[in-house]
Design a protein. Sequence first.
Length: 135
Amino acid sequence: GYEMNDQRGVIVALQNLDTAEKIGSLIIEAGYRVLATCNSGHDLIRKCIALDPEIVIIGYKLNDMTILDVYNTLADNCSFLAIVNETYRSFVQEQTDIFCITNPISKGILISSLDLSISTLPIKYTKGEPLIILL
């Protein structure tokens, strides 16, 4: 019905597809719509352009690119929530304006970060600057 159409679409892009699927399941339970999961940057870029997600959950490294490669290609098209190891967090935050949460993550942290990321996004079809959330 109406609420399904109104849901914000998410793409999950992580090097480990099993983990991507698990995270996809968690966020579906929380009421989000998962448009796709993938583990390569090329695939992610194609899917972002085709599916126009509200937000992409992304790891530091995909099979063929890092988060920075993807960000430099897609920054104008979508917003990101990054799941990174503590070592990479400050680096990612210096280079980009991406929300970062660090491993290990709990379901609660994942969902609240996603809710927060989504709630700070401008209304659909206008793209603004995402904020950095430190947890």
